[in-house]
Design a binder for this molecule. Structure first.
Ligand SMILES: [Fe+2]
Length: 188
């Protein structure tokens, strides 16, 4: 039996290696989201351990997409049936993690399964609201949307920063996490 720390290292390297081979776009996005999560969590003054868990949550948030690479790389708008399957990636990812690993920190599992939930209840898969969504998941959500909108997608060019911030100022996102990200990015 591997130690928890070794499991976590294995999880990181194996899954990121698998993601790189399956879908380079999602892999690059995951690396960037992990770094953004680290920046936000550091701004909050969390402990080193907590920052590393939230970073890992960002790295692995889309791991469920490994099982649907054809759909992820589809050039254009997906048919509704396929859109539905893609929307299941948080549950698929967490099922995969829970079957294969033990003692995965809550911040990591929450970041994977809840990163598409929104504070106003407009997210998925469970339509959770406010305090039902953990801080780790809120941070991953902000980092995810910031990176997704700021970069090229198969169906659209990168969006201007003004549009990205306009989206993040909407009620679904944790405004402390948005402020921490904006503050941190000002140092670049
Ligand atoms: Fe996602």
């Amino acid at each position: 039996m591997l130690s928890t720390r070794m499991q976590r290292e294995w999880l990181r390297s194996f899954l990121l290696g698998t993601m790189e081979k399956c879908d380079r776009g999602t892999w690059e996005h995951s690396i960037r989201v992990g770094k953004l999560c680290e920046r936000i969590a550091s701004e909050f003054g969390y402990s080193k351990k907590e920052v590393s868990y939230i970073t890992l949550a960002g790295l692995l948030h889309d791991v469920g997409k490994v099982f649907m690479t054809d759909m992820i790389n589809y050039p254009g708008r997906l048919p509704d049936r396929d859109m539905y399957i893609v929307s299941q990636h948080p549950q698929l990812g967490i099922r995969f993690i829970n079957i294969n690993f033990s003692d995965v920190p809550a911040q990591v599992t929450e970041g994977i399964v809840l990163h598409h939930e929104r504070l106003n209840g407009s997210g998925y898969p469970y339509n959770l609201k406010g305090d039902e969504i953990s801080m780790a998941a809120r941070i991953v959500a902000v980092a995810d949307v910031f990176d997704a909108m700021s970069n090229l997608r198969p169906y659209r060019p990168p969006l201007p920063k003004s549009e990205v911030y306009k989206e993040l100022c909407r009620p679904g996102y944790d405004q402390d996490a948005v402020f921490a990200l904006m503050k941190n990015l000002r140092n670049d």
